[in-house]
Design a protein around this ligand. Structure first.
Ligand code: SF4
Length: 360
């Protein structure tokens, strides 16, 4: 029997990370099946005591001590290391039922230390997997840019644990798959609430999709993406259509900070803030909620603090639903960084004032 350590680097290196790593769970299941002793390791100490160490991460900016990657018994992988060039797992592992108990010790310890069980919902209550993988849109910033189409990946039986209450799908562009309807009907037939964690492509919605999706038992908010201001008219048309089927909150990931022209110059940074504000304006008009996602290079912007302020306002719906961005800044106080960032941006760009007063 070999001693195996599995390190979910995002869990070790990110403060608020609360989602299990699917690859780690599959590796764990596979190794346990071989009769090996598997441990979820929460640090990088004494790794030479293990026969094999698997290290995975999803996010590029999760820190990992570089010398660990040189160790002979360490195998590492995931988009956090290789982004769109991440090597595929062997089929026997990729299509293995995940070990949903890999994180038990960690979760129990956290709860015993006073954390709320709700925080660990995805670890305790979700069956997690991909019905489909890939996308056809080739967005240049996306980890899926090398795919040409949406392909079938796993049947539900491959990752469904009947004892778990919720189904969490990680599909990249579910509605871009020709067989979406059968899969959606299969999900509905389980009677379990489900959700698409990565968001859905709202531009593809048809009346039939709306009918089936919005009458399903959905876990949490219906979440879509509104990444490009050029899609504004289409997004708006589809919201109007969706509104015929649901009055529920619709959430939209709003990606920003990525210059499609590759310049990241002063003009881009100002334009990008305005394009984000325009998108928020449209969403507010239809009672939808933005969730701001920043490309890491936003940190180079002279308006870095404005990005942070807008994200803090939007990404906390409790604030977003109650007050305008200006009121949010005032709540932070006239001496706060948030107040100062917005005042400086408005002074340089008086047209921003209109957007600062928008209210949900
Ligand atoms: S539509 Fe979404 S999943 Fe598809 S390439 Fe663009 S960002 Fe990626």
């Amino acid at each position: 029997m070999s001693r195996i350590a599995i390190i979910d680097a995002d869990l070790v290196g990110r403060k608020r990370h609360r989602f299990p790593n699917l690859v780690c769970m599959k590796l764990s299941a596979h190794e346990k099946e071989q009769g090996n002793d598997v441990e979820l390791k929460m640090n990088y100490e004494d790794l030479n005591q293990y026969d094999k160490v698997y290290l995975a991460k999803v996010f590029l900016d999760t820190p990992v001590p570089p010398e660990i990657l040189e160790m002979k018994n360490v195998a590492y992988g995931g988009t956090g290391f290789f982004y769109d060039k991440a090597p595929k797992l062997p089929v026997a592992i990729e299509h293995h039922m995940p070990d949903y108990h890999l994180y038990d010790g960690f979760v129990n310890q956290q709860i015993a230390a006073g954390k709320r069980p709700k925080e660990f919902d995805e670890y305790l209550n979700s069956s997690i997997g991909y019905f489909t993988r890939g996308c056809f849109r080739h967005c240049p910033f996306c980890v899926n840019k090398n795919y040409n189409r949406v392909e079938a990946h796993s049947p539900l039986s491959e990752f469904l644990d009947g004892r778990r209450k919720v189904i969490s799908l990680l599909d990249d562009n579910f509605f871009g798959y020709a067989g979406w309807k059968d899969l959606l009907l299969e999900l509905r037939a389980t009677g379990k609430p489900f959700k698409f964690k990565q968001g859905l492509d709202e531009r593809l919605l048809t009346p039939e999709m709306c009918e089936l999706l919005f009458t399903s038992k959905y876990a949490g908010d219906f979440t879509f993406a509104f990444d490009n201001i050029k899609d504004a008219r289409l997004i708006e048309r589809k919201i109007v259509m969706a509104r015929q089927y649901t009055g529920k909150a619709l959430k939209f990931y709003c990606f920003c900070g990525y210059d499609r022209e590759g310049k990241w110059d002063a003009a881009f940074w100002t334009r990008d803030i305005f394009e984000l504000l325009y998108r928020i304006e449209i969403l507010v008009k239809y009672h939808c909620i933005p969730y701001v996602m920043r490309f890491y290079r936003y940190a180079e912007s002279p308006w870095r603090g404005v990005y942070i302020s807008i994200a803090r306002w939007c990404n906390q719906p409790g604030f977003f639903k109650k007050m305008s961005l200006r009121q949010f800044a005032e709540l932070n106080g006239e001496k706060s960084a948030c107040y100062r960032y917005l005042a400086e941006f408005e002074k340089a760009n008086p047209a921003a004032g209109y957007f600062f007063d928008l209210k949900f």
